[in-house]
Ligand binder design. Structure first.
Ligand code: ZN
Length: 570
């Protein structure tokens, strides 16, 4: 199934042609494939449709990824916006075409033979697509695309005045970590001032999104949006009950540790009370910073990946050579980081917004984990199986962050130990936050009739459960329960967030393993990446000998090791 991707004779990103798909031609091609499926007399006839269908998907998905990337690269470019809008507007049409073929594949009398040839996971994926779509939700899907784009544009449009200059949100980042407490408080006031000023639009967009999503869930026969969201995420082997059980474990085993770590942080900083604006800074003299800019960090990363083995080394050199990294900050560029797939060129693309903090190194290694896995899976014949579901994908990214530890000296010099310790502290502190966002979203979609004020109060309740240490010091908007409005996933990728917390337990198991032997841990990691999405989440965990986060005891043992390691460091 696996072959190494071709990298020679390769175009650079700036040379990739963008062609807007022709919906009419797409419909005709789908119709031809549907007729072939109807006329099939053997498993071989049905099977032969897969490669031709894949060619069609490859074209459309590549164009869609390019439109998505171009838009995020410059949210004020009208042409980029028009192309992104084209895909949002036509999402229901392309989904309907996909579902038409998926239904025929699922109903095929040769299904057993097909599963023997292509594996059963592809049928689970097809089933999720079929179950989560109906033509009657088409208009709601379009509107959902419009509203999420409005949110991204609004946040990217922030031009925040701070001490005589104007910044976008990413550019404010370095001030959050300032060694000067007044600067930290002031910059948070400026940041949340933007969310306060725009609160009505932010509340409005979110209210409309919850109504739309609730309506889609009901239209498909569910009590609310949640079951549909799980289907849309292709969660085939667990449900909300298992997730609730995981959150319980976090409350029991992680929240007390995270709270203790915050107390230690306050002591280190010499503060009586750690405030929200103090949380990003670890040491009185300031956090470690990468010792150079974007190009310098790319050179260090090249060195790091070369040292991690031939596959990783070649992968990263290819990414640099073919311009598949967009890392610097520009005024109209959207914030955040992501990795996209360009299957027609058999390469991934990494998007990030560097600002000179430790976050740069974290986001680059994180997205490289995704990109490396995507690249390793390019040889899998079915596009749908190249990327697993998100909670498995985030093991590749967060696992890479830990496996990259020995190379952190390249970026941070004599501050590398501080960086590693900080990373572990953040990894543990992240778990309660990730669960708070997830629990909040379950509440949101169970209570579609809630008002904006109810939502703020519900978030404050989550903070009491998961982030009991937190003190906002009266900061505008966040003190009222508005923090989640800065979390893009809550608007754009509902229910995605728990995937980071689930994956962190997998990534931390790679960390545990790397203490026992780095080579072996890296080998296991590369093997997991090569499996792509050919199995379900729990099956992937099993194949990599990773304990499931849903089993009681998994989290407790990881946290105990992490705490012991942290105690050794101080
Ligand atoms: Zn990720």
């Amino acid at each position: 199934m696996y072959h190494a991707p071709m990298t020679d004779t390769a175009l650079k990103f700036s040379e990739f042609p963008y062609v807007r798909p022709d919906i009419e031609a797409l419909t005709e091609r789908t119709e031809t494939l549907a007729q072939r499926l109807d006329a099939a007399d053997s498993a071989a006839d049905v099977s032969a449709v897969f490669p031709d269908w894949q060619e069609l998907l490859k074209e459309v998905w590549t164009a869609e990824s390019l439109a998505y990337i171009h838009y995020h690269q410059d949210t004020e470019d009208e042409r980029a916006e028009a192309e992104r809008t084209f895909f949002d507007e036509n999402k229901p049409v392309s989904t309907q075409l996909y579902v038409r073929l998926a239904e025929k594949m699922l109903a095929s009398p040769y299904r057993e033979a097909l599963e023997g040839e292509w594996g059963s996971q592809i049928f689970a994926v097809l089933q999720s697509e079929v179950s989560s779509f109906d033509p009657q939700i088409s208009e709601a899907m379009r509107e959902e695309g419009r509203l999420t784009k409005e949110y991204v544009s609004l946040v990217a449009s922030a031009r925040i005045p701070f001490r005589g200059e104007t910044y976008n949100l990413a550019a404010l980042g370095p001030f959050y970590e300032s060694a000067d407490r007044d600067t930290r408080r002031e910059v948070q006031q400026a940041r949340w001032g933007f969310f306060q000023q725009n609160r009505e639009r932010l509340d409005g967009i979110f209210h409309d999104l919850t109504q739309l999503r609730d309506g889609m869930g009901r239209a498909l026969g569910h009590e609310n949006y949640t079951p549909l969201a799980y289907q849309r995420m292709t969660r085939t082997d667990y449900g909300p009950d298992e997730v609730a059980c995981f959150r319980e474990q976090v409350v029991q085993h992680v929240v007390p540790v995270a709270t203790r770590l915050r107390k230690q942080q306050a002591e280190r900083l010499g503060l009586d009370q750690l405030m929200f604006h103090d949380e990003p800074i670890l040491l009185p003299e300031g956090n470690p910073k990468p010792q150079g800019g974007v190009d310098w960090q790319v050179e260090r990363a090249t060195e790091m990946y070369r040292a991690m083995g031939p596959e990783l080394g070649e992968f990263f050199e290819m990414m640099v050579e073919r311009e598949l990294l967009d890392l610097d900050n520009r005024p109209a560029k959207s914030g955040g980081g992501f990795c996209a797939s360009l299957p027609a060129h058999e390469v991934p693309f990494i998007f990030a917004t560097f600002n000179g903090t430790t976050g740069d190194v974290r986001v680059l290694t994180h997205e490289c984990g995704h990109a490396f896995q995507g690249y390793m899976s390019m040889g899998l014949p079915l596009l749908e199986l190249r990327w697993p579901t998100a909670e498995a994908c985030e093991i590749h990214s967060m696992g890479m962050e830990f496996l990259a530890w020995p190379a952190m000296d390249l970026f941070f010099g004599d501050k590398a130990d501080t960086f590693r310790k900080d990373h572990m502290v953040r990894a543990l502190q992240f778990l309660p936050y990730g669960c708070a966002i997830d629990h909040f979203q379950h509440w949101i979609y169970q209570n579609p009739g809630a008002t904006p004020a109810d939502r703020l109060a519900a978030w404050q309740e989550m903070e009491r459960i998961y982030l009991p240490h937190r003190n906002y010091d009266g900061l505008v908007r966040v003190a009222d329960g508005g923090l989640w409005q800065a979390q893009r996933h809550v608007y754009c990728s509902p229910f995605y967030y728990i995937d980071y917390a689930l994956a962190q337990t997998g990534a931390l198991q790679f960390w545990q393993r790397s203490l026992a032997g780095r080579e072996a841990a890296l080998e296991d990691y590369v093997a997991l990446c090569k499996l792509g999405g050919s199995r379900s989440y729990l099956a992937l965990l099993e194949s990599a000998n990773l304990a499931s986060p849903f089993e009681s005891g998994t989290l407790a043992s990881i946290v105990a090791d992490a705490e012991a390691w942290l105690a050794e460091q101080s």
